[in-house]
Write a protein that binds this ligand. Structure first.
Ligand SMILES: Cc1cc2nc3c(=O)[nH]c(=O)nc-3n(C[C@H](O)[C@H](O)[C@H](O)COP(=O)(O)O)c2cc1C
Length: 419
């Protein structure tokens, strides 16, 4: 199931002149796969990176580039371009276009449409890290947020220019999820099967501090957990995401609580109760160093030895939370061998309702990757799904959760009515 909110919606995609413009081609395809009509505005800068021909071929629509073109204006004026769309997405959003938007400049088609818009605007910034961190860009960012623009990303990592840091446009999957969530806001969701259900999701790794500068962690990226939180939101749920340290932006419309360590994550989960469904996708460290050194441990002749203590088991704790136990508790099992049997044992040991088992051996490329191959295990069955994107896995899990709650409601109704 996808939130059908994207079906037949018109997305006005503004592509500006950043190196990430090539990703907007995939974005067009992905939005159209979900049933959206995608209309594109290409800035002069944008057309240096992707051609109008590729954009229009993928969008199956003509591309709008020129403010003063008689054809463009008579066919689809700049005001109409905004009025006839449900949302405007700027991806990539350059430092230049952000500055124009923040300053109310309207000197080309993209900036004029954005200024004339009465629709929600979402931007996915993408630029060199110095450009991003520049006080001018940060000032513009604050202004745009104050003006009601939804900003998604940027993420951190290797940049196309060879530098490392913040400024990378967030992934296409995350942009699609954010658009879905934005369109679901304000109860415009056509299909909101989880409306009224409160959900808790954990995501990402934990950092277990050794001293102020060192920690023990794992390679979890948080992509799967964040995608689940966004999909639950798109299905109408009221979602609390407890996230470990990741490079991902907070999903739109989701209450995100940032936790560093397993202890902090556990406390945040307890705080979030009561919830109807809890999905534990975080890779919580099993152990933490027994002692935290308040000063940086100096390199010396002796190699330090760390005594470890066990961390709280968040999944088992939620599964045994007595009267606060969520109606449905779902865990993830990251296994490297005998995946299904190990996961079945884990489900029994933890006392949760379903386990989503995945193979996280290096060869599977799941950790940090965009795809996942999972087996959904409950008390009586094992469902094996094909290789899917993490966003698609999230959608399917949420569809299963929705089915569970619809079934539960039907049962309660029949008990109430005696049917
Ligand atoms: C090779 C190259 C790559 C660029 N990449 C980016 C980028 O990723 N982000 C950005 O903000 N500007 C980038 N720029 C600068 C913009 O293209 C420039 O500011 C342009 O005026 C943006 O126009 P627009 O915002 O109207 O599309 C790049 C320029 C070049 C030559």
């Amino acid at each position: 199931m996808h939130c059908t909110v994207l079906s037949d919606r018109t997305i006005l995609l503004v592509i500006s002149g950043g190196i990430a413009a090539y990703k907007s081609l995939d974005l067009i395809r992905r939005l159209r796969d979900q049933g959206a009509v995608v209309r594109c505005v290409l800035t002069k800068g944008g057309s240096q990176f992707v051609t109008p021909l590729s954009v229009s071929a993928l969008a199956s629509e003509r591309v709008y580039e020129d403010l003063f073109s008689l054809n463009d204006e008579s066919e689809m004026g700049h005001i109409q371009l905004s009025r006839e769309s449900d949302i405007i997405v700027v991806a990539p959003a350059t430092a230049d276009l952000m500055a124009k938007m923040a300053g109310g400049v309207a000197d080309d088609l993209a900036s004029t449409v954005l200024l004339a818009s009465n629709k929600p605007i979402m931007i996915a910034p993408s630029m060199n890290t110095e450009m991003w961190n520049h006080p001018a860009t940060q000032r513009n960012l604050k202004q745009l947020i104050a003006d009601g623009v939804t900003v998604i990303g940027p993420g951190s990592g290797d940049l196309a220019c060879g530098e490392v840091g913040a400024g990378r446009m967030i992934g296409v999957d995350e942009i699609v999820s954010a658009v879905e969530a934005k369109l679901c806001e304000g109860a415009v969701a056509i299909d909101a099967p989880l409306k009224g259900v409160r959900a808790l999701v954990t995501s990402g790794p934990t950092h277990e501090a050794i001293d102020p500068v060192r920690f023990i962690s794992n390679r979890s990226s948080g992509k799967q957990g964040h995608a689940i939180a966004a999909a639950l939101r798109a299905a109408g749920a009221d979602v609390v995401l407890v996230s470990g340290p990741t490079n991902l932006p907070d999903p739109v419309g989701v209450t995100t609580v940032h936790a560093e360590s397993a202890l902090e994550m556990e406390a945040a989960c307890r705080e979030a109760l009561p919830v109807g469904v809890a999905i534990c996708a975080a890779a919580v460290a099993d152990w933490r160093p027994k002692a935290f050194a308040p000063g940086k441990i100096k390199k010396g002749a002796e190699i330090p030895k760390f005594e470890m203590v066990e961390n709280p088991d968040i999944l088992a704790g939620l599964s045994a939370a007595g009267s606060s136990r969520p109606a449905l508790v779902i865990g993830f099992a990251a296994e490297t061998s005998d995946v299904i049997n190990e996961a079945k044992r884990k489900r029994a040991r933890k006392g949760c309702d379903w386990i989503i088992a995945n193979d996280v051996s290096a060869a599977a490329g799941v950790i940090g990757g965009d795809n996942n191959t999972v087996h959904v295990i409950d008390e009586s069955s094992v469902e094996s799904w094909p290789v899917l994107s993490k966003v698609e896995v999230a959608s399917r899990i949420v569809a299963r959760v929705a089915k569970y709650f619809l079934g539960a409601t039907a049962e309660q109704d029949s008990q109430r009515t005696g049917a």
